[in-house]
Design a protein around this ligand. Sequence first.
Ligand code: 5GP
Ligand code: ZN
Length: 115
Amino acid sequence: MAKECIFCRIAAGEVPSDIVYQDEDFLAFRDISPQAPIHILIIPKTHIASSAELTEEQHELVGRLIITAKNLAEKEGVAKEGYRLVINCGSEGGQVVPHLHLHLLGGRRLADKLG
Ligand code: 5GP
Ligand code: ZN
């Protein structure tokens, strides 16, 4: 755990969040500033700063991260209409919190453009 990392602190239960799912490896909680009716962040409990830090050995973790998002989309009722999964990386990628997270956005028609 990175002491100064807000998402590590959420994963440790030190900072409250609206948790929607967790297992041994992942935590999913609602974004504090939702950009869509459904806006959930899915994080690995272990501290990984960004997708830039991923190693080949973590391919299974990354696969399960996306499967977790897919399962949550079904649970939250947006799987049929569709949703968006986003990982921002680095400053130009718009990453603000330096702990790898997958955004699950749904419940409205999202903009066509990627920005
Ligand atoms: P990024 O821009 O790094 O991809 O996304 C970070 C996201 O984390 C933002 O959507 C922001 O609203 C959310 N966020 C930042 N701090 C907190 C927090 O303390 N609690 C929760 N639930 N979300 C947070
Ligand atoms: Zn962290």
